[in-house]
Design a protein around this ligand. Structure first.
Ligand code: FE2
Length: 256
């Protein structure tokens, strides 16, 4: 019977519909229009749920995000339960978390240095170290914000006690320079990791941070050089301390 129907196209006995396919039974025009309208309604419901899930995600309503996401079938969620536009390679959130801890460690290292300088009446160095400590906390917060934005959870890890004993200011600045260089190395490794994972969001996030880190290295190299010029002389150290108090401690610039 089937064979004879197919063969029937050759005999001109099979009807075809608007698409050109064989049609066993013609549809009433109203029925066809109604089915088409309902298909459009289902598609509209899909994008409506997606819009609602985004609205709830921006307001931290995670349960609604999951509910709406499962209905629309189009939104993934990360470990924190927030909407996730792009999944991260497992090494990348671990590296970002480790770097966040490194920034927090730098925060307490600078605080320890500020204490050492305060005990020795070096007001400008105290002011400088306090500001650096605040900057490191701000850097840690940037990483926390970024991890949250990528639907990751943030962990506040236990930190080792900072070093608090130094022989002189030059020794402090040498330790600072080494610490800043290690932070830059960590950022470079994160950048390479993000590039290998084709995670453009992370490389864009890291770009201005690396630029700021290079400036921090430049600044501490300048301070270390100024202190070394003084060769341990107390008067020279007080001049540099006064420059720091006055906010006049930036390296020379040939660019203007
Ligand atoms: Fe930092």
């Amino acid at each position: 019977m089937v064979q004879s129907s197919i063969a029937g196209s050759n005999s001109g006995s099979i009807s075809t519909g608007p698409s050109g396919r064989a049609m066993a039974q013609a549809m009433e025009p109203d029925l066809l229009d109604g089915l088409q309208q309902h298909l459009s309604m289902e598609r509209q419901a899909n994008i409506a749920y997606t819009a609602m899930a985004l609205w709830c995600a921006e307001r931290e309503l995670r349960g609604f995000v999951q509910h709406l996401g499962s209905n629309s079938g189009s939104i993934s969620t990360g470990p924190s339960g927030r909407a996730m536009a792009q999944a991260m390679e497992p090494d990348l959130p671990d590296g970002l978390q480790q770097h966040l801890s490194m920034e927090r460690q730098a925060n307490i290292a600078y605080t320890a240095m500020a204490l050492w300088c305060a005990e020795r009446e070096l007001r400008g160095f105290v002011q400088h170290c306090k500001q650096e400590a605040a900057d490191e906390q701000q850097h840690a917060s940037l990483f926390a914000d970024y991890l949250i934005s990528r639907a990751q959870s943030v962990t506040l890890e236990a930190l080792p006690a900072p070093r608090q004993q130094w022989s002189n200011v030059e020794e402090i600045l040498a330790a600072v320079f080494q610490m800043e260089a290690e932070v830059t190395t960590s950022l470079q490794q994160l950048y390479a990791l993000a590039e290998r994972a084709a995670d453009v969001r992370t490389t864009v996030f890291l770009d201005p941070i690396i630029q700021g880190q290079i400036a921090a290295e430049h600044h501490v190299a300048h301070l270390l050089g100024r202190v070394r010029l003084g060769r341990g002389d107390a008067t020279a150290l007080l001049v540099i301390d006064g420059e720091l108090s006055a906010g006049n401690s930036q390296p020379a610039s040939l660019a203007g």
